[in-house]
Unconditional design. Structure first.
Lengths: 217, 217
DNA sequence: TAGATTGTTAATCGATTAACAATC
DNA sequence: TAGATTGTTAATCGATTAACAATC
């Protein structure tokens, strides 16, 4: 197929995207404080970042600032929300409704940013057919149908380690385009799908490494 | 005070530590499969990494390989476990026993790697004084005493956003040396303490960024 | 010994930071 | 206009990868 555009779309570093997310939340706060404009310097200082980095991160996407002034807080916030896809609702599938799945489901932060958990999938017979806060709990075999019917684009996986790989493949098969996985263990990351694992063990072991180093003789 | 050692301790990149953690789990698997030695090339291929990177990561800590042979699987595993501090038990405080705290408490992976949740702190009167699986649920004001009495070195924070900052400060005050935080929102990272936040919103927003890019006109 | 693979140095790549002309 | 701050280019820094002498 033809290129999406004549203009080169530079590959955006992941760290830039993560910082955009941080900037956005900060701008929200700044806006609530009634501040109208902010310089890259002021914004950078809130995270001990470099002001050039803030400007460069933003410059990937356009010219949002005004020389001599800085950035208009609410305007920049709106731009970043659009860039991050936070100006719309995403229909989210939650797979696995154990302790962790339930915790994620009740996490209020998601809804606030437009992530709407539209269906829960869990094969536990005790949960099947129930609904949590109006959201139905469905068997995994319904995934292809429901993904289409409910326009599910994103999935959060909170199943035991041994189910993670088949669940991921089922999600990909059902046309899900991005997956956030909390199941431990090594995964083959699927092709053509954004896949991110949050691995508790790695986080903990990184900490224990530094603890262990600190207690060396 | 005097330097810890005459030998220069190179600063270890965080990404190296994270990979060590991954190597260790992989070696565990390889050992169970009955394989005795493995080359950096073989190991690297399992994660689509470069073999030079594997060798360089290991070389920060010593010479563990044998030229012409590779690495002895169980020997290297043991070395890495020692380096990561997984050859001992760490006493862990879990702060916050809501949905997420409870999920983390029941996560079996921790115990397997020597992270022992020795005390739970939660000020909810309905939970106070109870015990979960033999682990007492205590009020936060007991933290300084209990941290000392139970030799708590590491804390997992799973409290609401608004409590995260005071909780963190209380932990630092009680002498905790490493904190893994799951509470959302911006934190002032404490000094002299290893502090790592896992931020669900950033992960989700990074995914939605790529979704949004993909659905551009 | 010949073949294999390490540990390490040098080359490459990419991300961060400094510097500054453009311009509000 | 003078001062401030952007967007961008050039310099720096650090991490990844290639290459290879050392050596099992």
């Amino acid at each position: 197929m033809a290129r999406r555009s004549h203009f080169k779309i530079p590959r955006i570093p992941e760290m830039t995207v993560r910082r955009l997310s941080v900037y956005t939340r900060c701008l929200q706060q700044i806006e609530e404080d009634g501040v109208k404009t902010i310089s890259s310097q002021d914004l950078a200082e809130r995270f001990s970042l470099n002001s050039a980095q803030v400007r460069k991160d933003l410059a990937y996407f356009g010219e949002f600032g005004v020389r001599g002034i800085g950035y208009y807080v609410s305007g920049l916030k709106a731009e970043l929300q659009r860039i991050l896809g936070l100006d719309r609702e995403w229909q989210v599938a939650l797979v696995g409704f154990g302790n962790l799945g339930s915790a994620l489901f009740h996490y209020k932060g998601f809804a606030r940013q437009g992530f709407r958990i539209a269906a829960i999938f869990d094969d536990d017979p005790a949960k099947l057919g129930q609904a949590a806060g109006g959201v139905p709990i469905l068997p995994l075999r319904d995934l292809p149908r429901e993904a289409k019917a409910r326009n599910l684009q994103l999935a959060i996986v909170a199943v035991p380690a041994e189910s993670a790989q088949p669940v991921t493949e089922a999600l990909v098969g059902a046309g899900i385009k991005a997956i956030l996985n909390f199941a431990p263990g090594r995964m083959r990351p699927p092709k053509d799908v954004r896949f991110k694992s949050v691995d508790l063990s790695i986080e903990l072991e990184t900490l224990s490494f530094y603890l262990a180093q600190g207690t060396r003789a």
